[in-house]
Design a protein around this ligand. Structure first.
Ligand SMILES: [Zn+2]
Ligand SMILES: [Zn+2]
Length: 417
């Protein structure tokens, strides 16, 4: 039976048992009376939303009784969270950031993700193309995850936190909350009176800052007419970060990468033949010295070239956030400490100081103990805890419950009697 992939009834039962044991220790979001909640059940197509809870007890009872596949709360605050959109009375919203490896372009995705055209049957690895060669754009997609995706998502989260703390001055102890999303990424919530009232365009500006959109080298010290001075690499904000970005880019780019940029002859020569000199200048001198070392000549061309390198370099330093999530002032975001129905893992709040060592493949495993017999149609290799499982293809296996739940939630398997 095609529709039995994932054995939703078995999985729903497991979720129910888990919530009965754990709901009482799930903390309600701050200011619960002003939050909207939303839930999705296994096999359910529609989301139950516009739900409000008077207190933590009612919230926990709901989780324990209905044990949803997916649980969300609003980043916004409302006077009447259970009213329809028009009647809610928006009073503000946390600033939220979503980092999802789904949006990255990673080599590992070609190892574990696949697509197939519903129209012509063409297949490929990684993400599907925008339009298939047959002209249609309907794909069956299989997306998994691995340590590399999770590591990449964590790295982006750390860059984001660095900007929030260093540039915006948010307090890591009181204003920032980091959650593992339960799947391929992390959510960062900023809870501060300072940003609560920001409208959409205000949030758009925050996003632009995060991405380093529209940075111009001439405003970051790279001005041939500047009178010199000290290096800007240790400066705060994008002035320092862009300088460090350029430094890292030059240090790591190989000859072919630089030549492919088709820059002017002199700047290419500096970056290829005198890389050490270029780096030393950035380290020790004012950015204008860098331009002088190239030999200013055609200034317009030089600034265009530098702008191009800077844009590439800045992308490396900017945090790869989902911009739609941050600008949406009515966003629903996953409830921390609940279960994610597509992995069977727990959405977890992580102490900032523990983030560098945080390993979701060990910590976020909810279903511990016991085994299950499953038939796997297809699954790439995955590490759960300390052990690796798979790859599997059309085989019946007996595995620890944590592994079975993951493969079932991913719809790569079904329970065997
Ligand atoms: Zn096709
Ligand atoms: Zn991966």
């Amino acid at each position: 039976m095609e529709q039995d992939w994932g054995s939703p009834r078995f999985v729903a039962d497991q979720f129910h048992r888990w919530y009965q044991g754990n709901a009482r220790s799930i903390p309600a979001p701050t200011e619960i009376k002003q939050r909207e909640f939303a839930f999705l059940q296994f096999g359910g197509k529609a989301m139950f939303r516009h739900i409000g809870f008077p207190d933590e007890g009612a919230f926990r009872r709901y989780l324990s009784e209905s044990s949803p596949a997916h649980s969300y709360h609003s980043s916004s605050y409302y006077q009447r969270p259970d009213a329809d959109m028009a009647g809610k009375g928006w009073t503000g919203a946390d600033l939220v950031f979503d980092i999802d490896a789904d949006h990255f372009d990673l080599p590992c995705q070609h190892e574990h993700d696949k697509w197939k055209c519903r129209n012509c049957g063409a297949e490929g690895t990684g993400k599907p193309p925008e339009i298939c060669a047959c002209g249609k754009a309907a794909f069956e997609e299989e997306s998994w995850l691995c340590e590399h995706c999770l590591q990449a998502a964590k790295h982006e989260t750390q860059k984001l936190l660095d900007i929030l703390i260093q540039d915006f001055g948010f307090s890591p102890a009181n204003e920032l909350v980091v959650n593992f999303s339960g799947n391929r990424g992390y959510h960062v919530h900023v809870r501060s009176k300072r940003i609560r009232g920001l409208d959409q365009s205000g949030r758009r500006e925050v996003v632009d800052y995060m991405l380093g959109t529209g940075l111009k080298p001439e405003y970051l010290g790279f001005n041939p007419r500047a009178k010199g001075g000290r290096s800007t690499l240790a400066d705060g904000g994008w002035r320092g970060r862009a300088g460090r970005a350029l430094y890292d880019y030059i240090a790591s780019a190989d000859t072919q990468t630089v030549k492919d940029l088709k820059l002017g002859r002199k700047i290419t020569s500096l970056l290829v033949n005198e890389k050490e000199k270029a780096l030393t200048i950035l380290e020790e001198g004012h950015p204008s010295m860098f331009l002088k070392a190239v030999g200013v000549g055609d200034e317009e061309r030089l600034m265009t070239d530098l702008g191009r390198i800077m844009e590439i370099a800045v992308k490396e330093q900017a945090a790869d956030i989902d911009t739609v999530v941050t600008t949406d002032i009515h966003r629903l975001i996953r409830l921390p400490n609940t279960l994610h129905g597509k992995t069977g893992w727990q959405v977890q709040t992580i102490q900032l100081e523990s983030l560098p060592d945080y390993d979701p493949l060990t910590s976020a495993i909810a279903f511990r103990g016991g085994e299950a017999k499953i038939y796997v149609r297809h699954a790439p290799k995955v590490r759960i805890g300390d052990a690796e499982y798979g790859p599997y293809s059309q085989e019946t296996i007996v595995v620890p419950m944590a592994v079975a739940m993951f493969l079932l939630c991913k719809k790569g398997a079904r329970i065997e009697p």
